[in-house]
Design a protein around this ligand. Structure first.
Ligand code: SF4
Length: 416
């Protein structure tokens, strides 16, 4: 979501004639911030302290993103060298103030397509109507606002014309999407976007177990464009903890979704988020989470140690009663398990032929990209392959994090 916001602001600035440059040559520094965890917020403060040295009367420092939703103009009192506090998505007054200060109308403008790259992120919902007790998002991003289908489609068409090959539909809870004019939910939107000529891949994130509909799974299974990957946070594998988190589902419901999804798409890529050390998480509750992670065999588990976010229900009403060392032990234990599972699952791809959307080249100049199930893949000896190409490879090797394969020539066997 933050990447999409950065891209949207960058596009607007590029269109106004600004160019991206290194900090030592720049006139303006903009921090797009995240406050989902205390560590993210602390990084912003430390960067703002560092920028004190950089700041001169001719230079501008601005902050946007979730920290603005949380702290607002109070930030300027705390950091007097900060020039602008820019609310998420409300960039025009800030850009107008820059334009009155710096004249870049004759500046060198970067090509639009360079920013878009292979993937284009489209925000289809802003904010969230859920109230998970640990989460600060509803407070900093507000209640849901849904973008009409026609506007999303228009943005996707423009991005494809600019060179994008993959569209990623974004929402804090993307499954809750509905067209404000009653033209349907996420499944309807996905059907519209996949029909746009030139869209080679379509993904969406993040899903919510309470809102994900079977119709969407059926659309994914039937499509040659929609990726077979679900980003479906479970947060805990223990029903009492899920209840205290106010997630609105139980583990049996989550299991049923995965069962249905895998029935429709046996090779589905599955990514989840887990919080360890949530208030009241007993050893048994943690073991229940561990058992569920083991049982469901996720491809990727993003694991976070619980940290209270001021202003959330959990921070104000629940004791942060799992000691830090214990949270760390659970985090490391779950990390080790999830890596073992990821390695096992990735090895199952060896010998199979997969389709890769090439995104660029790695530090060894090998083309890399993703398969439709979300795994990163590297093309060995892929001399002529370009970013944006969709190619077939035969997987020769696998590590926990990636697949390595040889391109399959259109007529048959992989090049030796
Ligand atoms: S659904 Fe996601 S964004 Fe919304 S409150 Fe819950 S965790 Fe936060």
């Amino acid at each position: 979501m933050n990447s999409a916001d950065s891209e949207s602001l960058a596009r607007r600035l590029l269109a106004a004639g600004y160019v991206e440059d290194s900090l030592d040559r720049a006139d303006v520094a903009i921090l797009n911030t995240c406050v989902i965890r205390q560590a993210s917020e602390d990084r912003v403060y430390s960067k703002l302290h560092e920028l004190r040295e950089w700041k001169t009367p001719e230079r501008t420092i601005a902050v946007t993103g979730c920290l603005v939703g949380k702290e607002g103009d109070g930030l300027r009192g705390r950091f007097p060298h900060l020039d602008a506090v820019v609310p998420i998505g409300d960039y025009e007054p800030f850009i107008a103030s820059l334009e009155s200060r710096y004249d870049y109308s004759q500046g060198e403008s970067l090509p639009h397509a360079g920013r878009t790259g292979v993937s284009h992120y489209v925000r289809v919902i802003q904010g969230c109507d859920h109230n998970c007790t640990f989460c600060i998002v509803p407070r900093v991003r507000g209640r849901e606002k849904h973008v009409p289908i026609d506007m999303v489609v228009a943005e996707c068409r423009a991005a494809v014309a600019d060179g994008a090959k993959e569209i990623v539909l974004l929402g804090q809870n993307v499954d809750d999407y509905h067209d404000p004019d009653g033209r349907g939910g996420l499944a309807a939107l996905v059907r519209e976007v996949e029909r746009i000529p030139g869209v080679k891949r379509l993904r969406f994130m993040t899903s919510h177990p309470q809102d994900l509909e079977v119709e969407l799974l059926e659309v994914m299974a039937a499509s040659g464009v929609v990726c077979r990957e679900l980003q479906l946070p479970i947060q805990s594998g223990d029903d009492t903890v899920l209840k205290r988190m106010a997630r609105g589902y139980q583990t049996r419901h989550y299991r049923a979704i995965i069962e249905r999804a895998r029935m429709l798409m046996p090779d589905l890529g599955l990514v989840t988020d887990v919080i360890v050390g949530f208030p009241g998480e007993s050893e048994q509750a943690y073991l229940n989470t561990r058992a569920l992670v083991d049982e469901l065999e996720f491809d990727v588990v993003h694991i976070a140690m619980y940290s209270p976010r001021p202003g959330t229900f959990a921070a104000t009403r629940m004791a942060d009663d799992v000691p830090h060392e214990e949270k760390l032990r659970r985090l490391n234990d779950l990390l080790a398990l999830s890596r073992e599972i990821a390695a096992r699952k990735t090895s199952r791809w060896v010998g199979r032929d997969v389709e890769v959307l090439v995104e660029g080249r790695d530090e060894l100049q090998r083309p890399f990209g993703r398969i439709r199930q979300g795994k990163r893949a590297i093309v060995l000896r892929g001399g002529d392959v370009q970013a944006g190409d969709v190619i077939d490879i035969r997987v020769m090797q696998a590590t926990a994090g990636q697949l390595l394969g040889l391109q399959i020539p259109t007529n048959s066997e992989p090049a030796a």
